[in-house]
Design a protein around this ligand. Structure first.
Ligand code: AMP
Ligand code: MG
Length: 326
């Protein structure tokens, strides 16, 4: 009799938890608002877990920043080796570079510095000249890995993991939440997110931001399990000069801001991959979707004219009301 009673009590507890406990906290880090949502555990447990996850994400941000002194900056200056954790992320980034035909380039730091979008460029700052940008275009083969060490092969090559580090930080944050036995949660860093579990009986519902209409979405998705969704957009950091938009995602082939998309969204099974590939897909434009699909990911591109292109798998994830309206 007793086991049955305990079982009954347990299922009642879970049922009560279903609509009572959604803990939401927001912290500013990595230049954006990061929102932690935890479902189904007591407030103090959720808050302890969120505090630990946020601390881990700040540690990762400090490791990969190029805006202040960091192991990456010291490596670029030839002053030290890359720490093991940075070496591992660089290997993932280099793999994405190869598979994206160098649309994603983890060593375009010198070019990125010249454009200055990560350093607060304003519309009145003079734009870099065509010859200056051409001169700093990095060769595809910037990096070599010998004797367990990464080395830069050319003075135009400087590591910049800004296109993938935020995703990695989100993955680390989720790992810490799981260490705290959190099974249902979202970490959302300014629209880039990883979700785990469910929101009680329901899936998690998330929106993909419209690249031109603030507050509007191009799609609403219902997601559950373990899914990462990351969007790269030309609205994040940009200036308008003479009516033309110059933004922070650079085409390594031209040295100029990439011009095939307004936004690119990737769904993958880690935020690291979703982040790296969303930057790659932005540069590749709609033609990158086939490649993404072949690699087992889903994607959506809002092209330079505002038209939406997406993989069939992405279309299937649209929330039902949305799908009927399309
Ligand atoms: P995201 O917002 O994830 O698309 O990343 C943009 C950031 O990645 C920029 O601020 C640069 O630091 C870096 N970046 C820009 N263009 C590229 C590129 N083609 N490949 C890799 N990283 C890039
Ligand atoms: Mg990215």
């Amino acid at each position: 009799m007793r086991p049955l009673l305990i079982l009954l009590a347990l299922s009642l507890l879970t049922a009560c938890g279903d609509d009572t406990t959604t803990i939401r906290q927001t912290r500013y880090m990595m230049g954006t608002l990061v929102e932690f949502t935890v479902y189904g555990v007591a407030r103090d447990r959720a808050e302890t877990a969120i505090r630990a996850a946020a601390a881990e994400m700040r540690r990762v941000a400090a490791l990969f920043t190029v805006h202040e002194m960091s192991p990456i900056v010291r490596f670029n200056q030839g002053k030290s080796r890359l720490p093991a954790e940075a070496s591992r992320l660089l290997a993932v980034a280099e793999d994405i570079r190869r598979k994206s035909d160098t649309a994603f380039h983890p060593a375009l730091g010198a070019l990125n510095r010249l454009w200055g979008f990560s350093d607060g460029r304003t519309a009145s700052d003079p734009l870099p000249t065509a010859s200056a940008t051409r001169a700093l275009r990095p060769p595809a083969e910037c990096l070599q890995h010998t004797q367990k060490q990464w080395q830069l092969r050319d003075p135009r090559c400087r590591i910049d993991l800004g296109g993938i580090a935020k995703g990695y930080a989100i993955d680390r944050g989720i790992a810490v939440l799981r260490q705290h036995h959190i099974a249902n949660a979202i970490i959302n860093a300014g629209g880039d997110m990883r979700i785990i579990g469910r929101h009680g009986q329901r899936k998690w519902r998330i929106g993909i931001r419209h690249p031109r209409k603030a507050g509007d979405v191009v799609a609403t998705l219902d997601l559950a399990g373990d899914v990462s969704v990351v969007t790269s957009g030309d609205y994040e950091r940009f200036v308008l000069v003479g009516g033309k938009r110059y933004h922070h995602i650079l085409d390594p082939a031209t040295g100029q801001p990439a011009d095939r998309a307004m936004s690119a969204t990737v769904i993958a099974n880690s935020a690291t991959l979703a982040d790296g590939w969303s930057t790659a897909l932005f540069v590749l434009g709609p033609e990158g979707l086939a490649r993404l699909h072949a690699l087992g990911m889903e994607g959506m591109v809002v092209d330079r004219y505002g038209a939406i292109h997406e993989t069939a798998g992405m279309r299937r994830l649209h929330a039902r009301e949305q799908a009927r309206g399309r």
